[in-house]
Ligand binder design. Structure first.
Ligand code: UDX
Length: 442
């Protein structure tokens, strides 16, 4: 039921995607209830507190909760009476397989069904293998005739999630084949996204399959771009070229563009790695595995970069057993506390496993890293991590690490060797301060 232009919405799944989406919809003026099975998470959210670090999220949650536009619950019956229901649960990599685990999205749909009414619109946001929407639509239609499903992939980047959700660079609707159903779903989504659409955000209206593919295709393209430049880094290392200059030069070509051409320790996070693997797995099932066979190579190049960083550290330490190494960064990227498939955390864990005395730090991700790898030593600050280190490895390009004064850093370490796993330090000033500097592919 809508009041004016406000829509009553439920958002199922309050993780990195759903919590931000719920808060953003409330900011846009809608009446939102966020649902999740995790009681601790819901308890925090209900008080207007963010359960993870994401710039701008805490403010937006607080405002939503204070104005009453935003509520959270573990009781799915709170979805009753909402007109639009978002499915925003995770689709992580299945243990022991490359494929995506769809158990959460099926469970979320089943938990929602008892509270759906004819005319309600269920909207999938999660990243899913192509064909999933059709299956969920059938499940919903057979339980609640007249309830429809639309697919509306999310493209938010962690670290910019609130901004990306409020000001998306495009909106995609995957609509049912039936014209009346498609019209009903489109009308509900248009009302929901009235503000971004009015400000000129491009809208692409399509079928389920295309909408599902748009998301995995976008992430595959980005992953391929990063692995392409990392492959150039491997070549540059052999011939003594500088991959950063190479990226600048090819990036000036408008057809190529400079974005996502930063060579380094590679991509990680909750999306890119598992999405390319799940895409390959789904394509194999469909008999078109060869079409995306290159994604296996994209993945392999990416993982080799982590080995390369480890190799650089070991080579510099000589006898590396029990030598102290400072690892700067644990999150998979700056402005995030997310350590899912983080190259930074992986480097720390690999070094530790080889007998190196690792001291790792991160401005936001220590708690998450410690939960997964309590065997690591953590320091609260970069200064503390650097103290007495025989080598320093920078693996997440947080601003504060980039701005670290090389002179000051020189005074803290036992041995001035820095491995810049993100090519983000000014090599000349670090060298001038007496450091032996290694970048990736330069
Ligand atoms: C990504 C997509 O960008 C987003 O649209 C989608 O919805 C979810 O997946 P995210 O995982 O937040 O978003 O991170 P992104 O900014 O894309 O970076 C992914 C990884 O690539 C990070 O580990 C980052 O450090 C790495 N990266 C990025 C590079 O190594 N080099 C680059 O040039 C750019």
């Amino acid at each position: 039921m809508s009041q004016g232009s406000a829509v009553r919405v439920s958002v199922i799944g309050c993780g990195y995607l759903g919590a931000v989406h719920a808060a953003a919809l409330a900011t846009l003026g809608h009446e939102v209830v966020g649902l999740d099975v995790d009681q601790d998470k819901i308890a925090l959210l209900a008080q207007g507190e963010a359960p993870f670090f994401e710039p701008g999220l805490a403010e937006s949650l607080r405002t939503g909760v204070q104005t009453g536009k935003l509520r959270f619950s573990t009781d799915f019956s709170a979805a009753r009476g909402c007109q639009v229901h978002f499915l925003a649960v995770g689709t992580p990599q299945l243990r022991g397989s490359q494929a995506a685990d769809l158990s959460f999205i099926h469970a979320a749909t089943e938990s929602l069904i008892p509270y759906l009414r004819p005319g309600d619109v269920v909207v999938g946001k999660s990243t899913v293998p192509v064909g999933t929407a059709r299956e969920l639509a059938d499940k919903i239609a057979s339980a609640v005739p007249g309830a429809v499903l639309a697919w509306n992939p999310e493209f938010l980047r962690e670290g910019f999630a609130v901004e990306d959700t409020l000001h998306p660079d495009r909106i995609v609707y995957g609509l049912p084949a039936d014209e009346d159903e498609a019209e009903a779903a489109k009308a509900a989504l248009d009302q929901l996204y009235a503000e971004p659409l009015a400000s000129g955000c491009p809208l692409i209206v399509t079928d389920y399959q295309t909408a599902e593919l748009v998301k995995v295709a976008a992430n595959s393209f980005l992953a391929t771009k990063i692995s392409f430049i990392n492959a150039m880094a491997e070549i540059s290392e052999v011939v003594g070229a500088d991959v950063t200059k190479l990226a600048d030069a090819i990036g000036h070509d408008q057809r190529i563009g400079r974005k996502f051409l930063n060579a380094g320790v590679g991509f990680g996070g909750g999306c890119l790695p598992k999405d390319i693997r799940a895409f390959q797995a789904r394509a194999d099932e469909l008999g078109v595995g060869r079409s995306v066979g290159f994604l296996n190579e994209v993945d392999a190049i990416n993982l080799r970069r982590r080995e390369r960083v480890v190799e650089l550290v070991l080579t510099n330490l000589g006898d590396y057993q029990r030598k102290r190494v400072a690892v700067l960064g644990l999150a998979f990227k700056p402005e995030s506390d997310d350590v899912r498939d983080s190259p930074a955390l992986d480097v720390a864990v690999r070094l530790h496993g080889l007998g190196v005395d690792v001291v790792a730090t991160d401005p936001q991700a220590i708690a998450n890293a410690r939960r997964l790898h309590p065997q690591l030593d953590f320091a609260a600050t970069a200064e503390e991590a650097l103290s007495g280190a025989e080598a320093v490895v920078l693996v997440t390009e947080w601003q504060q690490y980039q701005k670290f004064d090389p002179q000051l850093a020189r005074g803290l370490v036992a041995n001035p060797v820095v491995i810049d796993g993100r090519n983000c330090l000014d090599a000349a000033s670090w060298r001038a301060a007496g450091w032996t500097y290694f970048g990736m592919g330069r």
